[in-house]
Unconditional design. Structure first.
Length: 129
């Protein structure tokens, strides 16, 4: 499927979600990807995040159009809103978006301490449970 078709579909989805005009326009005109930080700010994705998105897009054959980031005491989670090549599902997916529901890719970094068991032999850790 052509990139332009995916991008047009992504823009329609952004409009359904009623994202800020700047987010939609920057994506449309300049391919700028924004991150909504829940309860806080809106920011432009940095180079590391962009590279991660490009890797996801290539691997999954999708187009990511917006990121949502949520931070809690124990983890950071980023949700990747996307359009895939399954055009047959687009109508139903847009209907879900109208109801504030969507499928998203999710990546979590855990920030917690856990107890572990470990075995040491000859001064080296040999196993962890």
């Amino acid at each position: 499927m052509k990139y332009s078709e995916l991008k047009n579909e992504a823009i329609k989805r952004m409009q359904i979600l009623k994202l800020e005009d700047k987010i939609i326009q920057d994506f449309k005109d300049k391919n700028i990807l924004y991150i909504s930080n829940l309860g806080r700010t809106l920011e432009v994705a940095d180079d590391e995040q962009i590279q991660f998105v490009k890797d996801i897009e290539q691997t999954k054959n999708i187009l990511v159009y917006h990121l949502i980031h949520r931070t809690t005491q124990y983890q950071d989670t980023t949700y990747y809103l996307f359009v895939d090549n399954n055009k047959k599902e687009w109508k139903a997916e847009k209907k879900d978006l109208e109801n504030q529901f969507t499928l998203a890719l999710c990546y979590t970094k855990v920030k917690s301490f856990n107890e572990i068991g470990m075995w040491i032999k000859d001064g080296k850790v040999t196993d962890i449970t």
